[in-house]
Ligand binder design. Sequence first.
Ligand code: GAP
Length: 592
Amino acid sequence: MSTDTKNNTALMEKIVSLCKRRGFIFQSSEIYGGCGGVWDYGPLGAELKRNLRTAWWNAMTREREDVLGLDASILMNPAIWKASGHVDTFADLMRECSLTNKRVRADHVDPQEGVIMNFTGAEAATGWKLDRVISVLMKKAEHIESFRKRVRLLIASNAGEAAGKPEEIVLLGEAKGDAVQGSVDYHPETGGALGPARPFNLMLKTYLGPTATEADVTYLRPETAQAIFAQFKNVFDSSRVKVPFGICQIGKAFRNEVTPKNFTFRSREFEQMELEFFIKPDEAVEIISGEVARWIEGADLSEPQANWGWDLWHRYWVDQRTKFYEGIGLGGVLEYYWQTPEDLAHYARACVDILCDFPFGTEELEGIAARGSFDLTAHQNASTKSQEVFDEDLKNAAAKLTDEQKEALIQKRLAAEQSKVKGAPMPEADVRAWFERLFKGSYVPHVIEPSAGLDRMALAIIANAFNETEKTDEKGKKEAITVLKLHPRVAPIKVGVFPLLKNKPELVAKAREVYALLKKHMNCFYDETASIGRRYARQDEVGTPFGITIDFDTLGENPELLDTVTLRHRDGGVQERVNISDLLGKLLAAVS
Ligand code: GAP
């Protein structure tokens, strides 16, 4: 995508417009003026999301033997969010406009340019008074009178009815201050001076139960992951699995984002697709396998091995997720940001963000983190319910170790604790107690977490499939032609079925027959209105990869072509003649 901001803004506008016009994505509650940071998916958006969900679910669990699915509730005991750290630390630093109280994320303030204007206060004939100094940035090209009018409006919007009509508000003690450039101390929308950065918890609070008191407070889940941790033991005990194995889940998540932006990219209600893949601690691998294999450049990641350490598992999942994106048409547009030791949370061993090219920049699509045993241990401590698994192979292998070998393992771990970059080292007594459990075959599993956002994925798919060309018609009129080059697996409509003419009942009947044949197996669209070219163009615009035309040859006008149709490929415009009896197999192979 172009790095030209103006072009990219225009491109984004075209994408948003297409999404609305063709029923991919609508603003939530639009008839009431919308609802900030919340979006609805129309008929085509719903199909696209469903296809992405299915592709993810199949790749992550159905096609694997070592991952199980979960469908947990959105509401949970608030103790989960306390234990996970979300109640205390799931916050963005935020600054508030001193004029309107509007908030903005401290790291999202675009630099401003203008002249600082100060007022000692404001008053109105109603008796209302604002008895404090206010500073507002007057934009470079702003006329002083329009600026004053704007300030009155902003003050009125915050003061409500008490201040009366905005035009009757009197601004007091106006004084011109310095000119500023590149300042991040003024609200980008209002121009009001920003207060200091303060943490703002992103969880959406609600009440569970009829009394609606503080005792009933719980939260709409801000991620799906915690339910997986909270149900880890139930899944483990009920499914006859062994570590390493994973639990995955798709579901809604909610965050009270301070500045939702870039269409659906940062929303307040969105869907996540998360996997928690549980692995043995490296020490257990070493005891069982006699060694721990480490990642090196070019390592073979195709088949997991029993001697893999956490870093190989982490790389394996980065590789698996990359292959997934390649399979839905996003292969060429991914980048990777490996978090530095400074970026990482104290418990995390590694984290990579898979980034994707959007019109507004290269942004995160998915994060893949190696989180150690932090999450399960936190729930074990807070709930006092053991989250340990028992590993027979480990117990048997540990029984064969000499005391010296055991002590060597302990010493290695103690040394590693001392060289930790972040967080306090585990006290020696705790390390020894942990090894005592390990030598008996018990441990809390470690976890690798690939965490993707479905809405971001859908937006990435649409944005990267968007293609616009200009076409000149017979009358010389130029027209912009949009083609969504969606991968057939994710396209909302797989095939359009068109009788050549709508006023020929035999053509319509045959086309309906073909439509009925395919419809049971894939989402198809039947269209008999307008010229065939127009019908192709309508489907190109929503990314339909195939079009089928039923013509007189299908009916046997040319006996050699009886019961054949024209199959048009959206990309490349190739057309081929295909037997109706071969259609289903051919299309299923392309869209599955
Ligand atoms: N359990 C880990 C976790 O939730 P995260 O990086 O906060 O990690 C994972 O979120 C993914 O969820 C992101 O990579 C993104 O795709 C998606 N996501 C997060 N916040 C989002 C938002 N406000 N709107 C849309 N998608 C979001």
